[in-house]
Design a protein around this ligand. Structure first.
Ligand SMILES: C[S@@+](CC[C@H](N)C(=O)[O-])C[C@H]1O[C@@H](n2cnc3c(N)ncnc32)[C@H](O)[C@@H]1O
Length: 239
């Protein structure tokens, strides 16, 4: 597998975890040995571990999750695929490596740097060129809640840690409806996300006459700092 630079998700979070951890550890170093010092060390180390787990999920866990999920769900070489909130292209790459022309994958994004560090169309296009997949990939700047794309065009739609960024709930539901609208009948929707929206997504998809093939938690590879911030996947098929 090629080494690929895909940015840090929600960079403000691991930076603040790391800084808070460091402050507690420095405070511990300056405190005389007593029970208070032990408490400071425990809290400091917990934040540093949280920072490490967050970075691991962003840089390694996500890649492991998607490689396994795409293998399980199956991608045909000639599939037309769409990745919602593609960011630097981590999922575009993993889909494109399974395609041969006329198979293509299109990435849609609004390029928010708060959601992924150094996020921009130019940075992602540079990645696609460097990875040698620009012949099978396209990028579009658009809001996933109002896709400028025709209905029933895609065999596969993916969304990796992107839907929870769409707020409020009504717009997020609209984004999900758009994902289903652009799928061909029989097409697959693969969602990997974190937060408390799993039931919400399943309800919208079921109401839209989609069949949920699988929905499950993703374990330590999807821990955004610890088991209290887990990730899950939903694999649905449009009837
Ligand atoms: C946490 S990043 C994940 C990026 C990529 N899917 C991955 O897993 O590496 C979320 C992405 O969703 C994009 N995004 C957020 N809201 C969006 C919207 N309404 N329409 C399109 N993209 C959006 C952000 O710009 C960001 O690139």
């Amino acid at each position: 597998m090629q080494k690929i630079k895909t940015g840090i998700d929600a960079p403000a979070v691991p930076i603040s975890y790391g800084l808070v951890g460091l402050i507690f550890l420095v405070e511990a170093a300056l405190t005389p040995a007593n029970y208070g010092r032990i408490g400071l060390i425990v809290v400091g180390i917990s934040f540093v571990i949280g920072c490490g787990l967050f970075l691991r999920t962003s840089l390694i866990g996500k890649a492991l999750i998607w490689t396994k999920l795409l293998d399980e769900a199956g991608v045909l070489p000639t599939d037309q695929a769409l990745d919602l909130g593609c960011g630097h292209g981590a999922i575009l790459y993993r889909v494109a490596e399974r395609l041969t022309l006329p198979g293509t994958v299109t990435g849609v994004d609004l390029w928010h740097s708060r959601d992924q560090s150094k996020n921009s169309l130019a940075a992602t296009q540079t990645n696609l060129n460097r990875w040698g997949i620009s012949d099978r990939t396209n990028l579009i700047t658009a809001d996933m809640a109002t896709l400028p794309l025709p209905p029933a065009k895609y065999d596969l739609v993916t969304a990796s840690f992107a839907l929870h960024n769409v707020k409020p709930t009504k717009r997020r539901e609209q984004a999900l409806r758009e994902a289903v609208r652009v799928l061909k009948p029989g097409g697959k929707l693969l969602i990997v996300d974190t937060g408390h929206n799993r039931k919400e997504y399943q309800q919208v998809l079921t109401a839209m006459d989609c069949c949920i093939v699988q929905a499950r938690g993703l374990g330590i590879d999807g821990w955004w700092s610890g088991p209290w911030m887990p990730s899950y996947m939903i694999w649905a098929v449009k009837k």
